[in-house]
Design a protein around this ligand. Structure first.
Ligand code: AMP
Length: 116
């Protein structure tokens, strides 16, 4: 299912340009347009899922693929050894700004904890 009003659905459909770093039948990854670290990628399902709050057991294949792709991309970006962060914001308190599930893959600098 896609949502015509969803920015990431429109990117996945090729209606809005983006810098793709991975595409398969379940998952795509793009470069974040406003990077917060030297490596900042966004991994997302092709299917329109609003946030992690909507996930169910039926999403296992997509999530398994997404995490495997994230590890591949981290290795390719040479951040796997030093470390990286894979994070998803769900809902207003977390600061989610695009309501299509996505995971930020951030690396290339040290990061603080806890997040703000
Ligand atoms: P979040 O605030 O967790 O929902 O993350 C949304 C992310 O999408 C932000 O890091 C934005 O910089 C990024 N973003 C917004 N528009 C685009 C776009 N057209 N292409 C790539 N990344 C985008």
């Amino acid at each position: 299912m896609t949502d015509n009003d969803c920015l990431f659905c429109r990117i996945i459909a090729g209606e809005v340009p983006a810098d793709f770093v991975h595409q398969d039948d379940l998952v795509v990854a793009i470069r974040d347009v406003s990077p917060k670290a030297p490596t900042h990628l966004l991994l997302m399902p092709r299917e329109h899922v609003v946030s992690a709050a909507e996930l169910t057991d039926a999403h296992r294949p997509m999530l398994g693929r997404l995490f495997a792709v994230a590890a591949d991309l981290a290795r390719n970006a040479d951040i796997a050894e030093r470390g990286f962060r894979l994070v998803t914001n769900a809902g207003p308190d977390a600061g989610q700004s695009v309501p299509h599930l996505h995971f930020h893959l951030l690396g290339g600098r040290s990061m603080g904890w806890p997040p703000g």
